[in-house]
Design a protein around this ligand. Structure first.
Ligand code: UT7
Length: 322
């Protein structure tokens, strides 16, 4: 019997119109371009002033649909990785679905896994497609972390940015080995306090702001990113040598470099956009992926290894063939 798997047929992304440079930030908190760029690799980031998470998600989704040459009416599953939904309820997935015209009856839900939100969402959608529960899925990572950033905390506010990325996943019985080759997700609940908001609906009745033990997160991140990538490679029965591009979550250039070094990847094989986007949480991987596919850096047939790590801690990897 032919088995079903998912192909990626469209890529899209969107960022808010306002860009905030390190020099701009130095007027808000006691920091400077030199500190931020050497410690993090970030030079500027996009900040949502008038856009909501679903606005960015909808634009990224529409670009991905156009790219895949299918209509929103054909979508039968929408999964959105985010920790910054427009409302506490309904989900940002449903608000996005309304904006782009998804049909009545189509399941749409948010996945809360912080910076691993896209890899988690991709895992959900890919598995639902493999089970025959969906044929044409939109998988989105979208965030407006600027809304839960404490703009007086220089230890965190220099790191984050806003944006969205999306892919269209379509069921295929064609065994040509393109699409999602493997996914694997993990979490470790011992670290719930190392990176979290200082409020929430059932504690302070407010969303709260991000607080972080940066050093602990840093230490854990390199190992987790490598572990997620290794697990996905092993399920796909591939080795690092088979991979054309490593696309790690864009948290900090030193974390990205450390992961690449640990896994034996040359810098030339690592996709990054952190310099101009900062850490966009669940959006970081699909945003960079869409940019690199659409500008021709990543080409048809390339094998891309995605790996993420975020609050929770959550982490995970996926191997995709373009
Ligand atoms: O998706 C996961 C999300 N989180 C992350 O990826 C964060 C992971 N952690 C990191 O990226 C790094 O830990 C940071 C970039 C956040 C911090 O880098 P660090 O090398 O660990 O710096 P530090 O926290 O040890 O701070 C060193 C110094 C401190 O001053 P003193 O105590 O040595 O006088 C800080 O107060 O740098 C100071 N500092 C700053 N200085 C200028 C902290 N933030 C800033 C800043 N500008 N923005």
């Amino acid at each position: 019997m032919m088995s079903i798997s998912s192909k990626i047929t469209g890529y899209g992304h969107c960022v808010p119109s306002k860009s905030l440079t390190n020099d701009d930030l130095s007027k808000i908190v006691d920091t400077n371009d030199e500190w931020i760029s050497t410690r993090t690799g970030i030079r500027s980031r996009y900040i949502a002033e008038n856009e909501t998470t679903s606005d960015l998600a909808a634009k990224a989704a529409q670009m991905a649909l156009k790219n895949a040459n299918i209509s929103a009416q054909d979508i039968d599953l929408l999964v959105l990785g985010t920790i910054t939904p427009d409302y506490t309820t309904p989900s940002a997935a449903l608000v996005t679905a309304k904006k782009i015209g998804i049909k009545e009856g189509v399941p749409a839900f948010d996945v809360s896994a912080a910076c691993s939100g896209f890899v988690y969402s991709l895992t959900m959608a890919d598995n639902m497609i493999r089970l025959g529960q969906a044929k044409n899925a939109l998988v989105i990572g979208a965030e407006t972390l600027s809304k839960i950033t404490d703009w007086s905390d220089r230890g965190t506010c220099v790191l984050f940015g806003d944006g969205a990325g999306a892919v269209v996943l379509q069921a295929t019985e064609n065994e040509d080995e393109t699409g999602v080759l493997s996914t694997k997700i993990f979490a470790a609940c011992d670290y719930v306090d190392n990176l979290r908001t200082n409020g929430g609906v059932s504690t302070t009745k407010q969303a709260g702001y991000i607080t972080m033990d940066g050093k602990e997160v840093f230490k854990y991140a390199v190992n987790a990113l490598a572990a997620g990538a290794d697990a996905a490679l092993s399920i796909a029965k591939l080795s690092a040598d088979d991979v054309d591009w490593l696309l790690p979550h864009q948290a900090n250039i030193r974390i990205i470099d450390g992961t690449a070094q640990k896994m034996g990847f040359d810098k030339s094989k690592v996709l990054t956009n952190i310099a101009n986007h900062g850490n966009t949480s669940a959006a970081s991987i699909p945003l960079a992926l869409s940019q690199k596919v659409n500008d021709g850096t990543v080409k048809k047939g390339d094998i891309v290894l995605l790996t993420s790590m975020g609050a929770g801690f959550t982490w995970g990897g996926a191997v995709i063939k373009i």
